[in-house]
Ligand binder design. Structure first.
Ligand SMILES: N[C@H](CCC[C@H](N)C(=O)O)C(=O)O
Length: 255
């Protein structure tokens, strides 16, 4: 089986061209491929499939082999892959688990439109929203010293979020009026990743609602820089949300 490895701000993915729709691996086999010691190593695995009326369909599996909800960095990487394969040129229109998406393609960046976000909930000092995947946003003083893995896991498995199969957890620090530093514990990877697209999108929208930050918001992650652009506000809802940043081919291989 031929595979491609891509990364977007250090969130890394195995991509398989499944336009022939012959992919058959089960949860255990996908988890094995994503394993960093026994496999290729990745935060997730994606399939690019054909879909009538769209340029392609995005199918996304987490590193544990389970099918995930929307993945923003994965979406950006799959758009870059589609461009590299000649499936799209400067624009992409695809369908993912949370519905249709458009993306604009340039040499160094992919700007991916995310689903509209109607509301943000507050749970004690934390905020919760769904940007295609469920996300908690917690503000901390010095995010570089936060124990993301252990505190993230405690929130992810806490009673409050069991109902929606757990949640991803973002720790955010406002660095200046336009910039956030965000670190994310990812459900399905069950560890911190270098960056999470739906997560930084959630952190940006929550920061508009609670910290008065306006669009575009620059985001620093362990894997690099992203930007989130949007219209609207938490009262009327957010629309025209774009996640913008680099997405790159790393290598190609054969299993
Ligand atoms: N890394 C992804 C999010 C994956 C969400 C997944 N962990 C889940 O909750 O199913 C991103 O860039 O948006």
């Amino acid at each position: 089986m031929h595979f491609y490895k891509y990364q977007g701000t250090g969130n890394d993915f195995i991509i398989i061209d499944d336009r022939s729709q012959t992919f058959q691996l089960d949860t255990t086999a996908i988890a094995q491929l994503c394993h960093r010691r026994f496999g290729i190593g990745a935060d997730g695995l994606m399939l690019l499939q054909n879909e009538t009326g769209y340029d392609f369909r995005m199918v996304y599996f987490n590193a544990d082999g389970t099918e995930g909800t929307m993945c923003g960095n994965g979406g950006r990487c799959l758009v870059r892959f589609a461009a590299d394969q000649g499936i799209v040129t400067d624009k992409a229109h695809f369908i993912a688990i949370d519905g249709p998406h458009v993306a604009q393609i340039s040499t160094d960046k992919i700007a991916l439109q995310m689903q509209d976000v109607a509301n943000i909930a507050q749970h004690d000092d934390d905020y919760f929203t769904n940007t295609g995947s469920p996300h908690v946003v917690r503000y901390v003083q010095q995010v570089q010293f936060t124990d993301v893995k252990n505190i993230g896991a405690a929130i992810r498995y806490s009673e409050a979020y069991l109902g929606q199969n757990g949640t991803n957890v973002n720790f955010a620090e406002k660095l200046d009026p336009q910039t956030l530093f965000v670190r994310t514990y990812e459900r399905g990877v069950e560890d911190e990743t270098y960056s999470c697209g739906t997560g930084v999108t959630a952190a940006a929208l929550v920061s508009n609602a609670t910290k008065g930050m306006s669009s575009p918001i620059q985001i620093k992650t362990l894997g690099g820089e992203l930007a989130v652009q949007f219209e609207g506000n938490s009262t009327d809802g957010f629309t025209q949300i774009f996640l913008i940043g680099p997405a790159k081919h790393v290598f190609t291989g054969e299993i």
